[in-house]
Design a protein around this ligand. Structure first.
Ligand SMILES: [Fe+2]
Length: 284
């Protein structure tokens, strides 16, 4: 294996990392990967072709695995069943995947938001189906002083029911997503990164209902912030090749899936790393 190389992407976030086999990661190399993760917010590792076990082991380098489905360490995000057939548009999983096309940060609607997420590409469509990330550190830095002052001290609720309803997926039955179904957690709009100390906007499609603002005013502020934030040079879009792994820092980066023709299969393997209760737990 050649020497580890971290090449920054031409944006405020992201780097491509080569010269490392993530299935055989020693502690010294991990320390350099972790440092790059804090610097760049997202890391792209082309051509890793990890097994499920190796993906889980790499995930555990970042922290505790958040179990989305029973005790699985890797969860498929896919429009294809095990038998090769494709899901219908009305399938609940398709509705969740359509929701993933809106900018969000993982598990912000849970009491404990996620620290990191990773995706590996298994089957990719011929066009579309990219993933895109946006840098909420650079977005915060780019706000004018008046806006920074306005949002300082503001909080928002985060809810998957809210975000799904907004794309027309109304009121799924209780527990339909297999996720948290309690009272929506409340989180500050400005998050201080626990490792770097940098401030970032903590927003996205799940955020709503800023206490102290009328619902319309709150929605407009959150929409305006999101539109402003998710613009070049603060974005990077990755066109997947099978075997690629991308890991990102949910504490300071938003992401979204890009559409593709659902007549084609897209199979991604997802691992989610839980936040630290000291810093990613909701206020209420
Ligand atoms: Fe996501």
């Amino acid at each position: 294996m050649s020497e580890l190389e971290v090449e920054a992407i031409d944006a405020t976030l992201g780097a491509v990392v080569t010269g490392v086999d993530l299935a055989a990661l020693d502690d010294a190399t991990w320390a350099r990967v972790e440092s790059a993760f804090h610097d760049h917010g997202i890391l792209v590792f082309p051509g890793q072709h990890l097994t499920t076990e190796a993906q889980g082991a790499f995930g555990r380098r970042f922290g505790s695995i958040e179990h989305l489905v029973e005790d699985a360490i890797v969860v498929p995000i896919s429009n294809q069943r095990r038998d090769g057939s494709l899901l219908d548009e009305g399938d609940l999983r398709m509705k969740v995947m359509r929701g993933n096309e809106g900018w969000h940060t993982d598990s912000s609607y849970m009491p404990l938001a996620a620290k990191a997420s990773m995706l590996t590409a298994r089957v990719v469509p011929s066009t579309g189906g990219q993933t895109e990330w946006a840098d909420m550190r650079a977005a915060y830095d780019a706000l004018d002083a008046e806006t920074k002052a306005r949002i300082s001290g503001l909080t928002a609720y985060h809810s998957l029911k809210y975000s799904q309803a907004r794309i027309g997926d109304e009121a799924p039955r209780k527990g339909a997503y297999g996720f948290f179904d309690g009272e929506p957690p409340l989180r500050p709009l400005v998050k201080v990164h626990p490792a770097t100390g940098r401030r970032s906007l903590f927003i996205g499609r799940h955020a709503y209902g800023i206490p102290g603002l009328e619902p319309d005013e709150s929605a407009k502020l959150l929409d305006d912030l999101l539109t402003f934030a998710c613009q070049p040079p603060r974005t990077y879009q990755h066109s997947w090749a099978p075997g690629d792994l991308v890991v990102w820092d949910n504490r300071c980066v938003l992401h979204r899936a890009r559409p593709w023709d659902h007549a084609e299969a897209r199979v991604m393997h997802h691992t989610r790393v839980a936040g630290d209760p000291a810093t990613e737990l909701a206020l209420v």
